[in-house]
Write a protein of this length. Sequence first.
Length: 466
Amino acid sequence: MEKLIVKQAYTGEILSELQMHDNTQVQNMLSTAYALHKTGRLPKIQRIEILQKLADLVDGEREDFARLIANEGGKPIRDARVEVARSISGIRIAIIELDNIKGKKIPMDYTSAGAGHKAHTILEAIGVVVAVSAFNHPLNLAIHQVIPAIASGCPVIIKPAILTPLCTLRLAELIQKAGLPVGWMQVALLNNENAEKLVIDSRVAFFSFIGSAKVGWDLKSKLAPGTRCALEHGGVAPLIFDEYADEEGFVSGVVKASMYHSGQVCVSVQRIYVPEKRAQDLAQKIANIAAKQIVGDAINEDSDLGPLISAKETDRIEFWVDEAIVSGAQLMTGGKRINAVSYEPTVLLNPPKDAKISIQEVFGPVVCIYGYKILDDAIKQANSLGFSFQSAIFSDNAQRAMEIAEKLEASAVMINDYTTFRVDWMPFAGRKCSGYGIGGIGYTMRDMLEHKMIVIKNELRVLFDS
């Protein structure tokens, strides 16, 4: 049987040796989940009690989870603690949303055709949920995919990222300890071939994917007829800087927004558009702060940036930055590999608009500044790619900021805040190649429920009205 060796992200030390699941086990997982769905979902009060206990259990292991996130995923320990806090909140948000998501009464008196009828909808669990998750938030992404399924009453099978499975495995143990019966949540450790067999099986009712656009769109094309899905990919997040008085605050914040988790965030600030006459100065100020960031082992309290997820990714980032510099980008700071899995915080000024660093998601500690002559040029460039996720504007002119926001092609526009802003109950989605469907705890719960309309005719209405 194939082994999975999980390593510490920075040192390469072995954290755990696990057994991968084979196709026979995949089929057994699906059979178990499908049979449980057919028995009917757990009562709402039981689901709420499980989630309440789970929130407390995760809270009791805050520091253990934070250290696990830092070790297996390379997120700096200070940021890992924030991820754990978000995860606990996410569980509690699902409990709140259970009371917000209801069926509704359907008016039947718009025309005479509806006369004598009464109608309403009820919500039913959609069925087996299969989730494929990403490495960059190993606990919180599992929360966003698994907890809505549990809250909605759906059996769920999750395949965590192969490099970061430990948080999901521990979460599964705590979910069972919280009282969820065996089989309602299962963790599948799979290679790509068996993962695909899991995803495209006809027993899957809903597919949740967080990861690369290439893989997500390919899997969507292979889903069984009737399987619904939500895909969350990445972006090349643009930020337009207009006229903004608190320049010092902006510069300090934009370094965090672009370098957080070494830029391995789907809405990390990547492209900053600045008035041409200010571009050099602002780029230098950003570079001055970026250069002070401490890169090291994520478990160290003083590390601002941890490692990248693999040496292969570091190779790619190194190639993209070198290509941009050779093609004319001005290197303001960084631009060098530190070791096999670490890269310096890097600021580039005016890289070519057709360079890989300008048109593809870098997913690394690199931010690019571009000078613009007129705002419409900046907007045009911000909208020029096939990716469309979150974007941002910094301006003290409220009317102008709103006009720019209306022109930007994005699922969300932040005014005087960064593209990385998110609370877990808001809609979170990509447009174009950046995704399909809407994320966010409550929105995902709605995706995992189906409406059934009940129509009552004539005399039987009296029984329901009495």
